[in-house]
Design a protein around this ligand. Structure first.
Ligand code: FMN
Length: 155
């Protein structure tokens, strides 16, 4: 079984830290989703109605990512980590997912948040993972919790 941890992290590196720790303890490969146009702190100020994050979310914009995972087909298990934005996975993540063939892969999502629960994150993300089996999504606070979640799912 070959595992890849793909993550997106934008504000404080919270999700990145958990992803890195889990990759180490699971012996998984690690890949960071990087938007073509990186987010500045101002872009992420959701309290400003005109901030990029709000324009993208409410305008249902595409958020293309830079780079490509060349050996994506080699992985049979993918752990997908991201911060909760507007109650679900950020557009950078769903747009990233659309660019790959998920056929036959087992997928588990993990998320950090500012206080929201996981809500309908899994249900909203699943359509972007055609052919893949999304086993669920879980709110986590550390890499150890990601590792435990993966083991609980038998990954
Ligand atoms: C645009 C935007 C939208 C957010 N929406 C939510 C939300 O709906 N619920 C929540 O609990 N936190 C929300 N947050 C907070 C992040 O989920 C939280 O700070 C996360 O841990 C950041 O992870 P990071 O440092 O890896 O980017 C939002 C943050 C941003 C920038």
């Amino acid at each position: 079984m070959k595992t890849l941890i793909v993550y997106f992290s934008a504000e404080r590196g919270t999700t990145a830290r958990a992803a890195r720790e889990a990759a180490e303890s699971l012996g998984a490969a690690l890949y960071a989703i990087t938007p073509e146009k990186p987010y500045t702190p101002g872009d992420l100020n959701w309290k400003n109605p005109l901030a990029r994050c709000n324009r993208e979310f409410f305008g249902k914009k595409e958020v293309p990512s830079a780079g490509k995972i060349e050996d994506f087909a080699d992985y049979d298990t993918v752990l997908l980590g991201f911060p909760i934005w507007y109650g679900c996975a950020p557009l950078a993540v769903s747009c990233f997912c659309k660019g790959y063939d998920w056929t036959g892969k087992k997928i588990a999502a993990f998320a950090t948040s500012g206080g929201s629960g996981i809500g309908k994150t899994a249900e909203k993300l699943a359509p972007f993972l055609p052919g893949g089996e999304l086993l669920g999504a879980k709110l986590i606070h550390s890499g150890a919790e990601v590792t435990a979640w993966a083991k609980e799912l038998g990954l």
